[in-house]
Design a protein around this ligand. Structure first.
Ligand code: 5AD
Ligand code: SF4
Length: 441
């Protein structure tokens, strides 16, 4: 059988990248293989993100670019997948260049949708499901380093943070059968992968219930850790409300569960947290950080922060900066608040912080984080870590790059190692983004 060509571009979060791997698997079964060359594509998919206005803007720009390709090649089909498909189906439908629209839960219907577009129709399926987890679909790791992989363990979110579109674009929470997760992890190890990241919008609310009992996220993590001691496990993302002591204990009990936690705080002000509907206060969050430190003193902590949420004062902002300092995050994703229509915040509050003020606060947050990252890295100079090699460093073919258990990137010279090797590396220097070292063995 000769394969037709699929070009796929993904915007947004790790979940979206993981979804694209599922899409490629479904497309392989439909007679399409991935190409890296957009010019030779028979079909182009854009897997989209709606989380912030500028994420959506990038997709609109991309579409404009693709329109000219379609003029040259009228047989080309263009599909919009993911969160924007869900959120903006009407507007997308009016776009001349778009032939196909499929939401995050409708990827199994892609073969049928494609047939319809080949007959000249526009095809849409954005139905959300309460059950779809794509559990038994074997994702195609089409853009992989062969060492690290994502495994999606649950989908959807029901937290309804006031600023967030995800509960609307990705629907209800549902968990995937643990047997299929263990199976996927085992197969990845056999193929040479040495690290898996268990993914979900809120992995800590993972729950699989059968007549014989139930498995929560701590239980799942333990099961995956037992697949092979040589397989590292990470997970993302955790909501602070659901980060249990049981989970921390499980993490501390297994060497191959990486000692780093991504724990989005969003704001350091209890008043703003309440408006955000985060269901915790600054003090409560600090107590969770103390719990992490108690179970795993050397665990690194990263976070997400939003600058300039509705009604945020200078004092609220200062509380964010002081909480960052108190935690000493080793890494952060930092954003300006971006109002999304239909979210709770868009319906209830005014987006009243001027863009310059949001920008200034974001700048201060980024500046603070750069200093914290540098301080955190500086403490590692002189220490030796086990590094899982992922490939060559971006800057030099003579340097390898990998990460330690703390999710810090370490670059070191070496010809004798290959991706997938574990190497002991002594840190000799650092920047705010990278540790620099030498192999010691
Ligand atoms: N504006 C800005 N940032 C947002 N995030 C989610 N929604 C918004 C929004 N409307 C950020 C949060 C979340 C991360 C994935 O994106 O920090 O944790
Ligand atoms: Fe973007 Fe959120 Fe959708 Fe991920 S779930 S693609 S971050 S809107």
């Amino acid at each position: 059988m000769s394969f037709k060509k699929l070009y796929i571009e993904t915007f947004g979060c790790q979940m979206n990248f993981s979804d694209s791997e599922i899409v490629v698997s479904i497309m392989n079964d439909t007679g399409y293989e991935v190409t890296g060359k957009v010019q030779e594509a028979d079909i182009i998919f854009i897997n989209t993100c709606s989380v912030r206005e500028n994420a959506e803007q990038r997709v609109w720009n991309k579409l404009r670019e693709l329109k000219s390709l379609k003029k040259k090649n009228p047989g080309l089909r263009i599909g919009i997948l993911g969160c924007m498909a869900e959120r903006l189906k009407k507007k997308m439908f009016e776009e001349e260049a778009v032939d196909l629209i499929a939401g995050p839960d409708s990827y199994r219907s892609l073969p049928g949708l494609i047939s319809a577009t080949l007959q000249g129709q526009k095809a849409v399926n954005v139905l959300l499901s309460t059950q779809e987890t794509y559990a038994e679909i074997d994702p195609v790791r089409y853009d992989s380093n062969g060492v690290t992989a994502f495994i999606s363990v649950m989908r959807g979110c029901e937290k309804f943070c006031a600023y967030c579109v995800v509960p609307f674009t990705r629907g209800r929470e549902r968990s995937r059968d643990p047997a299929t997760i263990i199976d996927e992890a085992g197969k990845l190890f056999e193929k040479g992968y040495r690290e898996v990241t268990l993914l979900g919008q809120n992995v800590n609310s993972y729950k699989w219930v059968t007549e014989n009992g139930s498995v929560n996220f701590a239980g799942l993590l333990e099961m995956v850790a037992m697949v092979n001691p040589g397989l590292r496990i990470r997970f993302a993302t955790s909501h602070p409300m659901d980060l249990s002591d049981e989970l921390l204990k499980t993490m501390s009990g297994h060497n191959n569960i990486c000692k780093s936690i991504h724990l989005p705080v969003q704001s350091g002000s209890s008043r703003i947290l309440e408006l955000m509907n985060r269901n915790y206060t600054r003090e409560w969050y600090m107590a969770r950080i103390e719990a992490i430190r108690k179970f795993m003193p050397d665990c690194t902590i990263s976070t997400d922060i939003i600058a300039g949420f509705c009604s945020e004062t200078e004092e609220d902002h200062r509380q964010t900066l002081s909480l960052m300092e108190w935690v000493g995050y080793n890494y952060a994703f930092m954003f300006k608040y971006s109002e999304r229509s239909n979210t709770i915040a868009a319906r209830k509050y005014r987006d009243d912080i001027p863009d310059e003020v949001k920008g200034k606060r974001l700048h201060e947050i980024i500046d603070k984080q750069r200093k914290l990252s540098y301080a955190s890295n500086k403490k590692d100079v002189g220490k030796t870590f086990e590094v899982l090699v992922e490939g060559f460093s971006r800057k030099s073919k003579h340097h390898l790059s990998g990460r330690n258990t703390h999710n810090k990137v370490i670059v070191f010279p070496g010809k004798d190692y290959k991706p997938g090797d574990y190497v002991h590396v002594k840190v000799t220097d650092c920047t705010s983004a990278t540790l620099i070292g030498e192999a010691v063995e």
